[in-house]
Design a protein around this ligand. Structure first.
Ligand SMILES: NC(=O)c1ccc[n+]([C@@H]2O[C@H](COP(=O)([O-])OP(=O)(O)OC[C@H]3O[C@@H](n4cnc5c(N)ncnc54)[C@H](O)[C@@H]3O)[C@@H](O)[C@H]2O)c1
Length: 397
């Protein structure tokens, strides 16, 4: 049986109020919105079932099992040995071989979906049908229509769905969004994002249909740049493959069918443009962009100043700013606070308990999917592609 600390509702509110204060949210606001939400969850805890026990699940489970207000009740994988291994490693009581068995097994409130990308939609759909809240790894579905169905289904069933990434919850994102809103860098004109590495080596699906560098890596920059500059109105892009085949741990040699190299341009309206470059063919030394490195991965330029994000947007290190009158770059916002790149499920569990609105929204995730699919359509047709969905913007609070 998993050993977890039981906490009272009062303890939860105290602890989340401390988090709220660290995030700059007033304790009164947080407390005022907590009146009924935590009461819906017995013992003041969110019961989690995690499905998909591959590479990323270890980091997720490390994070989830260290939260006093979360109890991980089950894990699941179609390769049952993987689920059993994680159950043993993280002292989780139940391991299941498929979503159907998991849903009729030990009761839980929040499904954490860390399966391969093509499995996200059918798994998310089944969980929502069964009235479970869902935190999904990105993207929540492969088709815009499927993602819209998931949002509608969640509403009909009275539950929530959210999807990774979590970048908009970092202090560095908040700092950049607030700096733009303050007018300090003038009228924003352009943005740039870059994220790539040599490509995953463990699973074939990254290179098969429904995989690719844009859904897996570019998704972070598209989320950050739409979050900072506003919803995209139109997209143009080119994607390429670099290798006819790749060698991966689970299947040996596989044909490459998904994008390995992508350039995507967004028009955010009012003349504001941004650009994302992403790929599975990048020098992996670029991964050294983490803490303490000055490699910039997100740049935002305005008429009166410029901002550069140090480190990856999913693991930011600081923000450098230069403005009219202070033309030397100055470094701000060096602390990550409670932000964690695998902390999205914990973040939404807190939101479920406190009733506090989440900065991560399903509408934003749906928009990001439409932008990415518009890039693929632009590649197929050679045309600029309009984007219809939107989301509440600006994204900070
Ligand atoms: N690996 C990382 O560092 C990383 C980082 C951030 C996000 N992600 C995202 O997390 C997700 C998983 O990535 P990964 O690297 O862990 O992949 P992975 O291939 O290592 O693991 C996926 C697991 O899901 C299981 N699975 C597939 N379909 C299933 C189904 N229908 N039901 C139950 N289990 C199923 C597979 O058997 C496998 O064990 C992806 O969306 C990926 O983009 C991964």
């Amino acid at each position: 049986m998993e050993t977890t600390r039981t906490i009272s509702r009062r303890q939860f509110l105290n602890e989340t109020t401390m988090v709220g204060t660290a995030l700059g949210v007033g304790p009164n606001l947080l407390a005022a919105e907590t009146n009924s939400a935590a009461d819906s969850f017995p013992g003041g805890k969110i019961r989690v079932g995690e499905i998909g026990c591959g590479n990323v699940s270890s980091a997720y489970l490390t994070n989830l099992t260290s939260q006093p207000f979360i109890e991980v009740v089950s894990v699941c994988d179609i390769i049952i040995e993987r689920a059993k291994k994680r159950a043993e490693q993280f002292k989780v009581s139940n391991a299941y071989p498929n979503i159907d068995a998991m849903l009729v097994g030990a009761p839980f409130d929040l499904l954490v979906n860390t399966t391969s990308m093509p499995a996200h939609y059918p798994v998310n759909q089944k969980a929502l049908e069964a009235k479970r809240h869902v935190w999904s790894e990105k993207p929540m579905a492969l088709e815009v229509q499927e993602a819209k169905e998931l949002l509608d289904l969640a509403k009909r069933k009275g539950v929530h769905i959210w999807a990774a990434p979590t970048c908009v919850t970092s202090p560095q994102f908040k700092f950049m969004a607030e700096t733009i809103a303050s007018g300090k860098i003038g009228r924003v004109t352009a943005g740039h994002g870059a994220y790539g590495h040599g490509g995953p080596t463990w699973s074939a699906w990254f290179y098969e249909k429904g995989g690719g560098s844009l859904y897996d890596l570019g998704v972070y920059n598209v989320t950050t740049l739409t979050g900072l500059l506003g919803p995209a109105k139109e997209v143009v892009g080119i994607t390429t493959t670099l290798n006819p085949a790749r060698n991966v741990d689970d299947k040996g040699e596989v044909k490459v069918e998904a994008d390995e190299n992508t350039m995507l341009i967004m028009h955010h309206g009012n003349g504001v443009l941004s650009h994302v470059q992403t790929g599975f063919g990048y020098f992996s030394g670029e991964r050294l962009a983490g803490e303490g490195r000055r490699l910039y991965t997100i740049d935002v330029t305005g008429t009166k100043g410029t901002m550069h994000l140090q480190g990856w947007d999913w693991e930011p290190a600081a923000v450098d700013v230069a403005c009219q009158g202070e033309v030397v770059l100055e470094t701000f916002c060096k602390e990550r606070g409670h932000y964690n790149w695998v902390g999205g499920a914990k973040y939404v569990a807190e939101s479920l308990l406190s009733g506090k609105p989440s900065l991560i929204t399903p509408e934003h995730a749906l928009h990001v999917l439409e932008v990415m699919n518009a890039c693929h359509e632009s590649q197929r047709t050679g045309r600029r592609v309009g984007v219809e969905t939107g989301f509440k913007w600006p994204v900070f609070g």
